[in-house]
Design a protein around this ligand. Structure first.
Ligand code: SF4
Length: 235
């Protein structure tokens, strides 16, 4: 199977079986999504969704966050991972948003990446979810699932992003990001992926290798069994 065929099969399966795929982060506007995505680095969406309602209420606009002190923000984010740096990033992000972008979240990826706490993945999430740009953010789930399925052998998230964007049509890229994240979160988990119930198994290189490995390790046992039966037959 060529990589092109594999992409077509995988994307086709997702289109058929997961017609709706959206971010699980709760937000009401681009600024809130930006805050949530910054907080979600190395943290679960569930935890972020617990933290954000009071945070949004206390700091409803970039100006509120920009004028806050670290000690005012920290208590709201202390239960997420890396709360010290995230509290500092949120304040600095809001200050830059006001200083350089009139308080509006920019749509350009390079502009987004000038904001503190915003790397390429976060910028791509904002660009695709808020502005419907045909880009694919590669996080740990997208990276792992793309490798297992055989969609990419890229060594870095950027390599994987390029492979995915090369093969996935523009109108499906935003959804593909969510497809791969949700698949990685609930089915193709880092430990013990649920291959037995996975609809993508027929095209998955990881699954094929696992099966081949099992077959190889079963062979000697089968041979031993055959020998044993043969021996029994001679008694
Ligand atoms: S078959 Fe297994 S490894 Fe392959 S995508 Fe599905 S869950 Fe992941």
């Amino acid at each position: 199977m060529t990589r092109k065929e594999r992409f077509a099969a995988v994307v086709g399966w997702f289109e058929q079986n997961v017609p709706i795929a959206e971010t699980e982060l709760h937000y009401g506007n681009p600024y809130e999504l930006l805050v949530a995505v910054i907080l979600s680095a190395q943290c679960t969406d569930r935890r972020v969704n617990i933290v954000t309602p009071p945070l949004y209420e206390r700091f409803p606009a970039p100006a509120d966050l920009a004028s806050a002190t670290f000690d005012e923000v920290y208590p709201y984010v202390k239960s997420v991972s890396y709360p010290n740096s995230k509290a500092a990033h949120l304040i600095a992000m809001a200050q830059k948003l006001l200083a350089d972008f009139g308080g509006e979240v920019p749509s350009d990826i390079d502009a987004l990446m000038t904001l503190p706490g915003v790397g390429r993945k976060t910028a791509n999430v904002i660009a695709s979810v808020v502005y419907d740009k045909p880009v694919i953010a590669v996080d740990t789930h997208v990276f792992r699932v793309s490798h297992r399925l055989g969609l990419s052998n890229g060594k870095t998230p950027l390599d994987v992003e390029r492979d995915l964007e090369r093969h996935i049509p523009e109108h499906l890229r935003a959804r593909s990001h969510h497809w791969l994240i949700l698949h990685g979160r609930y089915t193709c988990t880092a430990r013990n992926p649920k291959c037995a119930g996975c609809g993508l198994a027929p095209w998955c290189t990881h699954f094929a290798l696992e099966q081949a490995g099992k077959a190889a390790s079963d062979r000697p046992r089968q041979a031993v069994k055959r020998d044993a039966s043969a021996a029994e037959g001679t008694r």
